[in-house]
Design a binder for this molecule. Structure first.
Ligand code: BGN
Length: 370
């Protein structure tokens, strides 16, 4: 009798346990689907809210609200590039990693004589009209304008674009490339062209960071990241022509980068250095006089190759540079972005860069001696 009772009780306990398991399973299923639905909802809201932040060039105003157009590849007038899904992607993008995973480190940089623009274009099909690029798999923190002062250096430009486009892509930089071409044959003025690049680039996109590069300087290591830092950055610290060393402690030439805030804090660059030399020292003075310090990469990483060339015509050494760099403290408040005057002659959108031709005037006539 008691055995029978025990059997019945055990059976009931088993049934109750089974029922409990079933209820538990059901609750788990309900919870699972609920969380999943919220999760989906979260991502759909996230992607809609951040679409413009993730694709900084997407929402920019263009003249008359026109849609972005794409340049015809060289020799192919009238053809257009297909719309890239980068500009309209609905996917939420994670922030780009601090250390881009595709970097390769030291690079072999060589300058032959056979580079063609067609080849450079062919090898960089993802670049948008005017030399703009946005990483497709992550959201870059900064928008970087790369400004190159220019005149009669077409051969150098091909090499610069050939090497830099893939490097910048691997670095996951969101960038636009601006060549600022000085019109005519008057004395060259590097710093004034750089000031113009700053303003002209900002007319196109809300850039946060400006990298000023000579056209003949190519980095030999892609770990030298082309974005802005807490302090103004000097990138080209170990050039081959200086034996891969900094020529002097205050050297700030070749390739440098300032955030918009840092650039405005020093009133931009001087406009009154006509001819070769001294303008980079003046910029260095502006930085230190305004309480900032220059930041630099490791000497093993900041290595550069310079394309060999003859001294440019109409860019003779500026005899006034020695006295001018003594006076930065006085001149920087009145000479800079606040006093910049120029005329834009032409803006041309090329597949790999934007070329802005400008009239910057000429050096003031010096009073006759005696
Ligand atoms: C310096 C030049 C820089 C130039 C470097 C490297 C001057 C100012 C008077 C001392 N500065 O001497 O402009 O980038 O050499 O070539 O000439």
């Amino acid at each position: 009798m008691s055995r029978l009772l025990l059997g019945v009780t055990l059976e009931r306990i088993c049934k109750a346990v089974l029922l409990l398991c079933l209820v538990h399973f059901l609750i788990m299923m309900i919870l699972y689907f609920d969380v999943y639905a919220q999760h989906l909802d979260f991502f759909s809201r996230f992607s809609a809210k951040n679409a413009t932040r993730a694709h900084p060039y997407y929402n920019f105003s263009r003249p008359n609200g026109t849609a972005p157009s794409y340049a015809a590849p060289a020799g192919g007038a009238g053809s257009t590039r297909p719309e890239s899904n980068q500009l309209v992607s609905e996917k939420p993008l994670p922030p780009c990693p601090e250390v881009p995973p595709a970097l390769v480190g030291r690079l072999l940089i060589e300058f032959g004589s056979t580079m063609t623009m067609e080849r450079v274009q062919r090898e960089n099909p993802d670049v948008k009209e005017g030399g703009k690029y946005i990483p497709s798999d992550c959201r870059a923190k900064q928008r970087v304008a790369i400004i190159i002062p220019f005149r009669h250096r077409d051969h150098h430009l091909k090499y610069w674009l050939y090497y830099l486009h893939p490097i910048l892509r691997r670095q996951r930089i969101s960038f636009g490339i601006y060549i600022i071409s000085q019109n005519g044959e008057d004395t060259f003025n590097r710093a004034k062209l750089l000031n113009i690049g700053f303003l002209e680039a900002l007319k196109e996109e809300p850039y946060d960071c400006f990298i000023f590069s000579d056209v003949d300087l190519v980095p030999m290591d892609d770990r030298n990241l082309y974005h802005c830092y807490d302090q103004p950055r000097h990138f080209a610290i170990a050039m081959d022509k200086f034996g891969f060393r900094l020529p002097y402690a205050g050297y700030f030439g070749g390739v440098s980068g300032l955030s918009k805030t840092q650039f405005l804090k020093i009133n931009g660059f001087p406009n009154e250095y006509w001819g070769w030399g001294g303008e980079d020292d003046d910029i260095y003075n502006r930085i230190t006089l305004n309480g900032m310090k220059v930041s630099r990469p490791d000497i093993r990483i900041g290595r550069y190759r310079m394309i060999k060339h003859e001294r440019d015509k109409h860019n003779e050494a500026n005899p006034q540079r020695f006295t001018k760099i003594q006076n930065t403290k006085m001149t920087m408040k009145r000479d800079g972005i606040n006093s910049l005057q120029y005329h834009v002659i032409n803006v041309a959108k090329h597949p790999l860069y934007t070329n802005i031709t400008v009239d910057i005037g000429k050096p003031p006539a010096r009073p006759p001696r005696g």
